[in-house]
Ligand binder design. Structure first.
Ligand code: GLC
Length: 722
């Protein structure tokens, strides 16, 4: 609902703005990085590539680099927003120029990628999604906003809610995995955490939902590649998570780099206007991805930068992240009539609205050096990062080696066990060297002795080996697609060497994606999927390994046995006319299983739960299902009870399972709980061949359990029109 007072102010301001000032509001500048001898980043890189300077010399020149924020452009009204200004003092300095020294005094808005923490880094989103805990997701977002706004940030390019079904794609790390419901709930929680219910609060920041849309379906798992799918699949599997985050009140949306069935999202009117504005009623701001408008030339959709600017504006794009196409061409496009003044005013109005909503006009200066320093890495923030890490790491195997006992003699193996900086993962905000604690740091802090395993030395005499394997953070995230998900050779060799010792081996896997963990299953007695767990990695890992905390995380992405299973490995796959079976002529591989090594929703704990008495019945709203869960172990634990359904006969092929609801419960030893779910009628629906949304009459199978594979089944005949 628009605020009439703000709308009046927008209208009034627009009436005073020149065409050049309107073009300036559409432009987000990343400044430029000027190294030694006033050389730009590009000039330094060219000199390295040409061999005129060595890479080390280039790094040294950049180490002395400073940002040139082109202050004169602010004064001239040619910049409406910045990307990546970090520091309250610096942002207040730039803001002062905009407010006090430009003709109309329109404040700047400063955006930054606060993806999983700003300075106190929490687990990467794919890890944190394994907590299945909306309250945790909101609390870590709130913490991130407190730190980021103290450093002069007004907007974060988060949450990313791209459903990611292909672990070859490096950006799966930034998502909540392969399921639409989880990505939507994750996005909703993050929006509420970042924005609160009062966006004018100094510690609130605007959320920017990305990447709209279906970026996670990049063909081949290769970043920036094409996305092409049926409109039915798009509506059923990929669109819902963005809708949930937008309907949670996000005030910005970022279109994706990719094309969607042939039309790049940056110039895709169906997406940016028909769906986002008309269908969902979104009245916030759209902002392109970095340089994405200009890249429509590479896509072969725009003839030149002017054409790209024209198409993007007319499709519904408001702000141009760093390409400069809008700044350079809007004036002539409006003067020629290719872009109407009405369309331009809509775009500028969306940007001004966000600035008014953030309170930047009345209250442009935020925080300060002391406040900024005091906000970072507080004990409370570290404690929350530790809690988030404990709840994100998934116990995948435990043949009894865990939990470790006090006094156990540890052999510590693998470079990643000693390198805290690798724990921050991709998109690690404003993390500083030394902020994140490694396993070694955790052991040292607790005074727990360990023997390092050296490659060129005999194995130390110990009771158990902790073996850190997996990905460095640079192997994850944007532009980090992998054609093979196999463990690195050196990790496999290390696992084998440790197994030969005959001592228990506990593998701790660091990664930004599911990997092929077969060698770890063969060689290790226990496996903890630690992901990239952030600031409190080491302490949280020890909390779990020593049993001080009972593991409760559950996978939100399927783990492959072989890379070749991608991209069809995801849990909500279809059955085909020849479901995989023993008979030769069925849908399977000659050289790999069709089932995942570890299924969606899977995770172990130090206790066990027994499921019984499942039931399902139709209600006026949909389906009511129940089950009894009992903790049969000798220690308390948390269980994420998952409720799936299948529509076995429909007018289009339907997934073999679809997550409809879940509930995380805590159970004391011996305690039983009756857990109930209500599945709304609409959740059962799908689009038929003519794009009619349909809820069938017919059998519905309900599956409830601790993961998608191990469930109890209850069937019912659903009457759609009662
Ligand atoms: C990057 C990413 C996007 C990010 C933006 C600003 O290329 O695609 O997720 O928000 O640029 O850093």
């Amino acid at each position: 609902m628009k605020n009439p007072e703000i709308e009046k102010k927008i209208k009034d301001l627009l009436s005073k703005m020149t065409l050049e000032e309107k073009a300036g509001q559409l432009h987000q500048s990343g400044g430029s990085l000027v190294g030694a001898f006033d050389l730009t980043l590009e000039e330094i890189l060219t000199m390295v590539q040409d061999g005129r300077i060595t890479e080390e010399e280039g790094h040294k020149m950049l180490s002395e680099a400073k940002h040139d924020w082109h202050e004169d452009d602010i004064r001239a009204g040619r910049i409406g927003s910045y990307l990546n200004v970090i520091g309250a003092e610096e942002m207040n300095r730039l803001q002062h120029i905009a407010v006090e020294e430009s003709r109309l005094g329109i404040p700047l808005i400063n955006g930054f990628d606060v993806i999983h923490g700003f300075r106190t880094i929490t687990p990467i989103p794919l890890a944190e999604s394994c907590a299945w805990d909306m309250d945790l997701w909101r609390r870590t977002a709130r913490m991130a906003a407190e730190e980021a706004t103290a450093a002069g940030i007004h907007m974060t390019f988060s949450p990313m809610v791209d459903v990611s079904k292909d672990p070859r794609w490096g950006r799966i790390a930034e998502s909540a995995g392969e399921d639409a419901l989880l990505n939507g709930l994750y996005g909703e929680a993050k929006v509420k955490g970042y924005q609160t219910d009062d966006l004018t609060r100094h510690d609130a920041m605007a959320a920017c939902v990305k990447h709209f849309a279906a970026y996670g379906a990049a063909e081949g798992g290769r970043d920036y590649n094409r996305v092409d799918m049926s409109p039915q699949r798009f509506e059923e599997e990929y669109l819902p998570s963005y809708e949930k985050a937008v309907k949670a009140g996000a005030r910005a949306v970022m279109p994706a780099f990719n094309d969607l069935s042939g039309v790049p999202c940056s110039v895709n009117k169906k997406l940016l206007t028909d769906i986002l504005r008309k269908r969902w009623g979104f009245d916030g701001m759209t902002i392109s991805d970095a340089n994405a408008i200009a890249e429509c030339i590479n896509h072969g959709i725009a003839a030149d930068r002017r054409d790209a600017a024209c198409q993007a504006l007319n499709a519904g794009m408001d702000m141009d992240m760093t390409s400069g196409c809008f700044l350079d061409h809007v004036k002539e496009l409006v003067e020629s009539g290719e872009v109407s003044m009405e369309k331009l005013d809509e775009a500028v109005g969306d940007i001004l609205r966000l600035k008014f909503e953030l309170g930047l006009f009345d209250d442009p200066y935020r925080s300060g050096a002391e406040q900024e320093k005091a906000a970072m890495l507080t004990p409370a923030h570290r404690a929350l990062a530790r809690e988030a890490a404990q709840k994100s790491m998934v116990l995948l195997k435990n043949d009894g080696a865990l939990p470790l006992k006090a006094g156990v003699r540890i052999g510590l193996a693998g470079k990643l066990a000693f390198d805290g900086d690798e724990m921050s993962g991709t998109w690690s905000g404003n993390v500083q060297a030394g902020d994140c604690k490694s396993i070694r740091d955790g052991l040292d802090a607790e005074g727990i002795a360990y023997q390092p395993v050296e490659t060129d030395q005999p194995l130390p005499d110990c009771d158990v080996f902790l073996c850190a394997i997996g990905e460095r953070k640079a192997e994850s995230g944007e532009a980090a697609s992998r054609a093979s998900l196999a463990l690195h050779d050196e990790d496999i060799a290390l696992l084998k060497r440790l197994k030969e010792s005959g001592k228990p081996v506990v593998a701790v896997v660091f990664a930004g994606r599911p990997l092929c963990l077969g060698p770890a299953v063969e060689c290790a007695d226990a496996i903890l999927m630690a992901w990239h767990p952030g600031a409190e990695a080491g302490p949280a890992i020890l909390d779990l390994l020593f049993g001080r905390v009972n593991p409760s995380a559950r996978l939100t992405a399927s783990f492959p046995a072989a890379t070749g299973q991608c991209p069809t490995l995801y849990y909500d796959h279809i059955r085909t006319g020849r479901p995989a079976g023993k008979f030769k002529y069925t849908s399977k591989y000659l050289d790999a299983p069709v089932e995942p090594l570890f299924p969606f929703g899977f995770g172990l704990s130090y206790t066990d739960c027994l499921y019984s008495d499942v039931s399902a019945a139709q209600t006026a709203e949909g389906i009511h299902a129940e089950i009894t869960v009992r903790n049969t172990g000798d220690r308390a634990g948390e269980e994420t009870v998952q409720c799936y359904f299948r529509d076995p006969v429909a007018r289009r092929v339907r997934p073999v399972r679809k997550l409809a609801a879940f509930e995380k419960i805590a159970l004391q030893p011996g305690e039983s709980r009756r857990v109930a779910f209500d599945i709304p009628r609409a959740a059962l629906g799908y689009y038929d061949q003519d794009m009619n949304f349909t809820v069938d009459n017919g059998l519905i199978e309900v599956y409830i359990g601790g993961n998608v594979r191990d469930t109890l089944q209850a069937d019912l005949y659903f009457v759609s029109e009662r």
